[in-house]
Design a protein around this ligand. Structure first.
Ligand code: NAX
Ligand code: ADP
Ligand code: K
Length: 515
């Protein structure tokens, strides 16, 4: 089994760097970083007829990496134009050496992008983890330079992190380099994987610089990717199974005008494998059957609490904030069932401290699936604060409410009360449409019902939900106009593929022969 890929904050990376530097024969990390980046550039972006590079070297060690990259590429026969925005006397020892080596190799320096010249590829070595753009905004000179680079619309390889992006938070308050590839050093950074990072990082290639980071610094955050997911999948079903084995999901929501949200969650729970799905609808005179999905059992909400075989409850899709919704939520929190809380269930908890206390004191698993606005209400802050500190917000929610949490949005973050975090690598803007969150809650419930732990159910549902949307891009069923219902069918297809490969048919075949 592959180990999950860790994520490291800027402070962690600095610590690892210091540990490496304290070794008897410290590695020259800048040299290794520049060489790795040069190889990636050559192999993935350059060719015989695309051989002119523009290299941007900034005032710190990221600029040092750029000089090393430039030197190797020049030595390999490429045409390299380098601009340097810093002050040579203020460079670190390593970066000073890298600059000197570049000059010794016959390289030249410009202080701005030459007006005449044409390039095929750009290397961005302006800023790496030393930039803290929310505290120390980029001045106009750098904003102009970055805008000029983005305007050129050329393939860009960013060194460590696209310049302008915060390595810890994934925010780019003014602007950032839009990279085709980010060659990131030592460890993945959270900022590459969430919020604006999803826009700017492009393909991310981790260059470990021959350091075994995990042995030097124990991680608390990991990438939620396909290789991690493989370890969480439900087992293939026994042939001799019955619906009771796969659990019963109860869904509470669907107030007047919002019945569709509960139906979507119900279909998602059903098609992701729950044995039975019951819907308790709050609408006045709710329908008793969904003709589009007659397998769903629609009941008056009170009857849901009388069922003795539910495996988990989902509360929130289309719930509304009426008193009846509040009472249902209160009753749900008193049960000993695992619960998934979404949408207005989260808003009610944010508004009623007694519901928040009931949530905190639950012993059974509770899973919260807020988007940024719901998270802000739960934390008593504003959306910008949540979005500028997404990992912190997810961690705070998990700790404050003693719950498993996914903070949704580009680069969803799953956080758990033990402080562990997972950054989701799947998903695309096709998911930015009404109802996809309801589908996620239904999928999570289905996996809980089938016996996954609350942590594993949340991680698998979040990754699968994004991967289902990614699969729809292949057939151009999105991102424009992708619908929540389509996510359900795509997710069902993928889950079966992951669990069975293409062998489900053979596994349960009844073929026999007479010899
Ligand atoms: N940490 C490590 O072990 C390694 C670091 N390396 C490189 O070193 C980078 C970190 O280097 P540094 O710590 O020197 O940081 P950076 O090179 O990312 O940036 C720091 C420099 O930018 C300036 N600066 C910061 N914010 C600014 C702003 N808003 N406007 C204008 N100037 C600003 C600072 O004064 C400083 O000169 C990494 O991202 C990576 O590219 C690599 O050489 C490999 C090893
Ligand atoms: N740009 C995006 N990239 C990746 N995932 C996205 C993006 N936009 C939305 N999503 C995902 O889509 C879902 C939207 O959920 P939510 O906002 O609750 O929708 P609704 O309330 O309409 O059901 C979340 O899982 C979120 O992570
Ligand atoms: K950079």
């Amino acid at each position: 089994m592959n180990n999950p890929i860790p994520l490291y904050s800027t402070a962690d990376i600095r610590e690892i760097e210091q540990l490496a530097a304290a070794r008897p024969n410290p590695p020259n990390l800048m040299e290794k970083a520049g060489l790795a980046a040069a190889h990636i550039t050559k192999n993935k972006l350059l060719s015989n007829d695309k051989s002119n590079l523009l290299v941007l070297a900034g005032p710190g060690n990221n600029g040092g990496d750029a000089f090393v990259t430039a030197r190797y590429l020049r030595a390999w026969g490429f045409q390299v134009t380098t601009i340097f925005t810093g002050d040579p006397s203020k460079l670190s020892q390593d970066a000073k050496q890298a600059l000197q080596n570049w000059l010794n190799a016959g390289g030249e320096l410009h202080n701005d992008i030459p007006s005449s010249g044409s390039w095929h590829v750009i290397i961005d070595g302006l800023f790496g983890i030393g930039l803290n753009p929310d505290k120390y905004p980029l001045d106009e000179k750098y904003q102009r330079l970055i805008a000029a680079v983005n305007h050129m619309n050329l393939p860009v390889l960013a060194l460590d992190i696209p310049s302008g992006l915060s390595a810890d938070n994934g925010i780019a308050p003014s602007t950032a380099i839009k990279a085709t590839i980010t060659a990131t050093f030592i460890g993945l950074k959270p900022g590459l994987l969430t919020h604006d990072g999803c826009e700017y990082a492009g393909e991310i290639i981790l260059c470990d610089l021959d350091l075994d980071a995990v042995s030097m610094k124990s991680p608390q955050s990991w990438l939620l990717d396909q290789s991690l997911i493989k370890t969480l999948l439900p087992a293939p079903r026994p042939a001799n199974s019955h619906k009771g084995i796969f659990g019963s999901v109860g869904i509470i929501g669907g107030a007047s005008g919002m019945v569709g949200a509960a139906l979507l969650a119900g279909s998602a729970a059903l098609k992701l494998g729950a044995g039975r799905v019951y819907l308790g609808l709050l609408a006045n005179q709710p329908s008793t059957v969904d003709p589009a999905q007659p397998e769903l059992m629609l009941r008056p909400v009170d009857e849901l609490f009388e069922l003795d075989h539910l495996t988990c409850l989902i509360v929130g899709p289309g719930l509304g904030k009426e008193i009846s919704a509040c009472l249902c939520l209160e009753e749900t929190l008193q049960t000993s069932l695992p619960v998934v809380l979404d949408a207005d269930a989260l808003n009610l908890i944010a508004h009623h401290s007694e519901l928040a206390s009931a949530l905190r004191s639950r012993h059974a698993p509770s899973l919260l699936t807020p988007h940024a606005a719901e998270a802000a209400r739960l934390l008593g802050t504003d959306i910008a604060t949540v979005q500028n500190h997404r990992m912190q917000a997810a961690e705070d929610l998990a700790r404050n409410f003693n719950c498993s949490v996914v903070l949704k949005g580009a680069g969803s973050i799953c956080a758990f009360p033990n402080g562990h975090c997972y950054f989701n690598a799947s998903g695309n803007p096709g998911l930015s449409s009404a109802g996809t969150g309801d589908v996620l809650s239904g999928m999570t419930g289905a996996l809980l019902a089938q016996g996954l732990t609350s942590e594993n159910a949340l991680l698998l549902a979040v990754y699968l939900h994004g991967a289902a949307a990614d699969a729809l891009l292949e057939t151009l069923a999105g991102p424009i106009g992708m619908t929540a219902s389509e996510i359900i069918d795509s997710a069902r297809h993928l889950l079966n593929q992951w669990v069975y490969g293409h062998h489900a048919r053979f596994r349960y075949s009844h073929a026999y022969s007479i010899y």
